[in-house]
Ligand binder design. Structure first.
Ligand code: NIG
Ligand code: FE
Length: 416
């Protein structure tokens, strides 16, 4: 890479570095490192230094330096990380939503022809161009909301060629778009209706044909499975995940959304995260807290389905690492706004600013096994976002309606 100029950007009224905070457990706002009248120095997409803007200007005054002056009050913090989405789909499920408003349950709707299978049919029928257009659009909306890294699952094709097609589309948009898209293989979303055989046979089919192909094509290093009623059982999931582990994949579990067992499985298998947790009980909370598995709450799914939130306060008080994802998908979580959902979960669960912001920055990065971003610190990727204002507490106070006006992705600045 050719050496680019050193850029000094600032002054920022407040800079939240999200540095020096523990990975697990509860946090007080007083633990946040806040720099006033701050600047960030970066080069080749990486942070060189943060500090007082005027000191940085003195220290880095050389011919190869450019100063990027801010002309209004900004609060700057690391770009947000959305650790759980299903952004690669076609079609809509507004009819499912209307049926839920009439009192039908998510699983009843799935049994009567709606649900995940409906989106699978629509996604299978969509062209590559259409799926790329939709994913690009959603990635742009994420970026406008301050998300600079976004996990994206496959899982709406559920055939060998179809799932590979989705992962290839995610790869293409990742290459073309400013946002980093982290692909996760969710071929084990549900057993496809056109697969001849039971759910165990389907997982065996995936193990034999799918895992080696994903590995060979380097399409993803993460394997997810939906463990719940109407999806996959604990024992068959364990067998599948054990095989995926042998291949070297990071493991992720959709667990404890409707029934228990997912946390125990995640801990035993050494998964990176277990996501949903709406029905987690005290014993599983303690088990999760004693493990290295990240608890990912998905308030967007609780809002979309009208059910309880994951007990985020209890998870943090027990000592868990709590991340929050949008779960943006056409069925359970159609809203797709991580900051609004974080703020809503935060007000109901009594999460401090520090806990909420950690859950969508470095703790979410940890769920994705990424240790090169989401903290403003020397050597880290220069992904940061600026919100208008003078006090960082404005961000969650406005419950997601305050939007970033500037975004830096690997040092590339975008004004919004
Ligand atoms: O995370 N729980 C499983 N999968 C998704 C929902 C997918 C859908 O309904 O289309 C979720 O909520
Ligand atoms: Fe999900």
């Amino acid at each position: 890479m050719s050496t680019q100029p050193i850029i000094i950007t600032g002054p920022f009224r407040q800079l939240l570095s999200m540095d020096n905070l523990p990975l697990k457990g509860s946090l007080k706002d007083s633990q946040l490192e806040i720099l006033e009248e701050a600047g960030i120095v970066y080069q080749n997409g990486k942070i060189l230094e943060i500090g007082l803007f005027k000191d940085l200007c003195t220290k880095f005054s050389s011919a190869n330096t450019e100063v990027q002056l801010m002309d209004s009050d900004l609060i700057v913090l690391p770009g947000f990380i959305d650790p759980h989405t299903h952004l690669c789909w076609a079609g809509s499920r507004e009819n499912d939503y209307a049926l839920r408003l009439e009192g039908k349950s998510y699983s009843d709707i799935a049994k009567s022809g709606g649900g995940i299978w409906d989106t699978v049919t629509k996604t299978r029928n969509a062209t590559d161009a259409e799926l790329k257009r939709l994913l690009d659009l959603r990635a742009s909306r994420q970026l406008a909301n301050g998300i600079t890294t976004c996990e994206v699952k496959s899982g709406y094709a559920l055939s060998l060629e179809g799932e590979i097609r989705l992962l290839e589309i995610i790869r293409t948009i990742n290459e073309e778009h400013l946002v980093d898209l982290i692909p996760t293989c969710l071929a084990a979303h549900i057993k496809p209706k056109d697969f001849e055989g039971g759910s165990s046979a389907y997982l065996e089919f995936l193990t034999k044909n799918f895992l080696p192909e994903i590995k060979r094509k380097s399409l993803s290093n993460r394997i997810d499975i939906f463990v719940d009623e109407g999806a996959f059982g604990i024992q068959e999931a364990e067998k599948y995940l054990a095989e995926a582990k042998i291949y070297g994949f990071d493991l992720v579990i959709h667990g404890e959304q409707f029934t228990s067992g997912g946390v125990d499985l995640a801990v035993r298998m050494g998964a990176k995260s277990v996501d949903h947790l709406e029905v987690i009980d005290a014993k599983a909370i303690a088990q999760l807290a004693a493990s290295g598995v990240v608890a990912v709450a998905l308030p967007g799914a609780s809002i979309g389905l009208g059910c309880q939130f994951a007990p985020a306060r209890k998870l943090l008080d027990a000592g868990c690492c709590l991340a929050i994802g949008s779960d943006w998908n056409p069925g359970s979580a159609p809203m797709g706004d991580l900051l609004i959902q974080t703020a809503i979960l935060g007000t109901f669960e009594k999460l401090t600013n520090a806990e909420q912001l950690s859950a969508i920055t470095f703790r979410a990065a940890h769920a994705l096994n990424l240790n090169d971003r989401a903290i403003l610190k020397r050597g880290y990727i220069a992904d940061f976002i600026g919100f208008p204002g003078r006090n960082y507490k404005e961000i969650l106070y406005q419950q997601g309606m305050l939007k970033p006006t500037r975004i830096w992705k690997r040092g590339v600045q975008k004004k919004l």
